[in-house]
Design a protein around this ligand. Structure first.
Ligand code: MF3
Ligand code: CO
Length: 258
């Protein structure tokens, strides 16, 4: 038997706070997208992002989370997720950089990730970045009351497979609220024997495809955090916090001009 899932249902007041947290995070990404340039270090990028979060009156929740040291996970090229910002890790023209953070506003969390090109990036990898975003949108179509979690997972997995990307299985999306990681787990591939819980109005989940340009296998580095592709291929990440409503899903963490 599976353990009982503890999925929180947000009331109207909580939903208003989740919306505000998400709106702030969308603004942070809009601003961050404009500062990324070749030659900057991943720690510089982190520090700019941390300032943006604090300026909005929000708390950067990754700092000290399970011992993580920074406000952002910054993962370059073959790093999939959870890269640790470093003063000596400089972004190069042609890199792709995945940026991931969680902030809270009045106790409610918003979690989102983006992959950005650094300077000029060759066309296949620009397409890869765009396809990962599209994989999210394929999944979010199914983030509706009455569907099961696997409806989202299956759609993302099918889209990625059709475009010949490797789908990371070891990590995935999750519920979110007062906690950064709540139930349910939201995988990015079709699960045959367990379809996950039914979605209900008032749930909030993070949908976050992590796709590899090569094979799906990943390795976990000795630093306890960084996840890399086993075949050293590039990896992309795109994530938003999504509210389940009585109608269409509400994506809470979009950039204001998206
Ligand atoms: N969005 C990331 C996740 O859900 C953020 C993790 S914060 C960290 O895994 F502290 F764990 F890095
Ligand atoms: Co997340």
């Amino acid at each position: 038997m599976r353990k009982d899932l503890k999925i929180t249902i947000k009331n109207e007041e909580e939903i208003a706070l989740m919306r505000q947290a998400g709106k702030y995070l969308g603004q942070v990404y809009e601003e961050i997208s404009q500062v990324i340039r070749p030659g900057m270090s991943t720690l510089e990028l982190n520090d700019i992002g941390e300032d943006l979060i604090r300026q909005k009156g929000c708390i950067p929740e990754c700092i000290d989370y399970e011992g993580f040291s920074a406000a952002f996970c910054i993962s370059v090229n073959n790093q999939v997720v959870h890269g640790i910002p470093h003063k000596d890790h400089f972004l190069d023209e042609g890199d792709i950089v995945s940026v991931d953070t969680v902030l809270s506003y009045k106790g409610y969390m918003a979690d989102a990730a983006r992959t950005y090109p650094v300077g000029h990036v060759i066309e296949p990898f620009m397409q890869f970045i765009e396809d990962t975003r599209k994989a999210f949108y394929e999944g979010v179509k199914f983030a509706k009351a009455g569907n099961v979690v696997n409806d989202i997972s299956k759609a993302i997995g099918a889209y990625a497979k059709a475009h010949h990307y490797g789908v990371v299985r070891e990590l995935g999306g999750h519920g979110i609220g007062k906690g950064m990681h709540e139930d349910p787990f939201v995988p990015n591939y079709n699960r045959i024997f367990y379809k996950g819980p039914v979605l209900k109005q008032g749930m909030a989940i993070c949908i976050e495809p992590m796709l590899n340009y090569g094979k799906r296998q990943v390795d976990f580095l000795e630093d306890g955090w960084t996840v890399i592709t086993r075949d050293d291929s590039f990896s992309c990440h795109y994530e938003n916090t999504v509210l389940i409503t009585e109608g269409e899903p509400e994506i809470l963490t979009l950039e204001p001009h998206a």
